[in-house]
Design a protein. Structure first.
Length: 96
């Protein structure tokens, strides 16, 4: 089940939070130069995948950060995790 899985950001990617006129969030593929513009929620989600917390713990963190509908946050997280795994942005592994 995805909730007990531990993921981390692939070494091919780097997160960036820049404080310009407005705060901007980016994900860089350091191998091919692709740049993804993120929103704050996506940035927060990705930054929580540290190879130590499982997906359920990350969901708990997001629920404490964002005061939203639990089912919507859960659905958004699972959809994004699936997409990030498919794109190899997140990889399995980390500390048990």
């Amino acid at each position: 089940m995805i909730y007990d899985q531990i993921y981390k950001l692939s070494e091919s990617y780097s997160l960036f939070k820049g404080d310009f006129k407005d705060t901007k969030y980016f994900l860089f593929n350091i191998e091919d130069g692709t740049i993804y513009k993120l929103n704050g929620v996506s940035y927060d989600m990705l930054s929580l995948f540290d190879g130590k917390k499982n997906t359920d713990e990350i969901l708990g963190c997001l629920l404490s950060i964002y005061n939203g509908n639990e089912e919507q946050i859960k659905s958004d997280l699972l959809n994004l995790v699936s997409s990030w795994l498919e794109k190899k942005i997140l990889i399995s592994g980390g500390e048990l």
